[in-house]
Design a protein around this ligand. Structure first.
Ligand code: HEC
Length: 131
C-alpha cells in the first residue's frame, strides 16, 4: 500500500468511527430527552396518555396514531415543538421548547416522536435525517 493510500484508508476508518457513534449518541439523547420532558404528557410509549395529560382539556397528540401523524409535515411539527401550541393554533398546554433544545436536538426529538409509527424502530434510530 502506498503511503497516501494508507493515510486515506486510515482517515476514512477514523471518520467512520467518529461519525457512527455520534449519530447514535444523538438518537440516544433524543430518547432520553423525550422520556424526561415529553413523556409526562405524551406518554412513555407515545400514546398521549402520560400522567400530565389527565387534567388537560385538549389531550396531547397520540404519536402512535399514524394516520393523524402522517398529516403533519416535519416543518409543522418542528414549528409546534419549537414555538409551542399557543403560537401554532394548537392547545396552549403544549409548551415551547426553542430555549431548551438546539435545532439539531429538536430534529432528533422529532425523529424519535415519528419512530412511534415505525414500531420496530422505537428507540433504535441511529440515523438522523438531514434538513
Ligand atoms: C404539558 C404537556 C405537554 C408536554 C410536556 C409536551 N407536550 Fe407536546 N403537546 C401537548 C398538547 C396538549 C398538544 C396539542 C394537541 C392539540 O392541540 O391537538 C401537543 C402537541 C404536540 C405535537 C403535535 C404537532 C401536530 O401538529 O400534531 C408534537 C409534535 C408535540 N406535542 C411534541 C412534543 C415534544 C417533542 C415534547 C417534549 C420536548 C412535548 N410535546 C411535550 C402537550 C404536551
Amino acid at each position: 500500500m502506498t503511503r497516501s493510500a494508507y493515510f486515506y484508508s486510515t482517515a476514512a476508518l477514523a471518520i467512520g468511527l467518529i461519525l457512527s457513534p455520534l449519530s447514535f449518541v444523538r438518537a440516544e439523547e433524543a430518547a432520553q430527552n423525550y422520556q424526561m420532558f415529553c413523556a409526562v404528557c405524551h406518554g412513555t410509549t407515545g400514546s398521549g396518555d402520560g400522567p400530565g395529560a389527565v387534567t388537560l382539556p385538549i389531550k396531547p397528540r397520540n404519536f402512535t396514531d399514524c394516520d393523524r401523524m402522517r398529516r403533519v409535515s416535519d416543518e409543522e411539527a418542528l414549528n409546534v415543538i419549537r414555538n409551542g401550541g399557543a403560537a401554532t393554533k394548537l392547545s396552549p398546554d403544549m409548551p415551547a421548547w426553542k430555549d431548551s433544545f438546539s435545532i439539531e436536538e429538536t430534529r432528533a426529538l422529532l425523529q424519535y416522536v415519528q419512530s412511534f409509527c415505525k414500531g420496530d424502530q422505537v428507540g433504535r434510530i441511529t440515523q438522523i435525517r438531514k434538513p
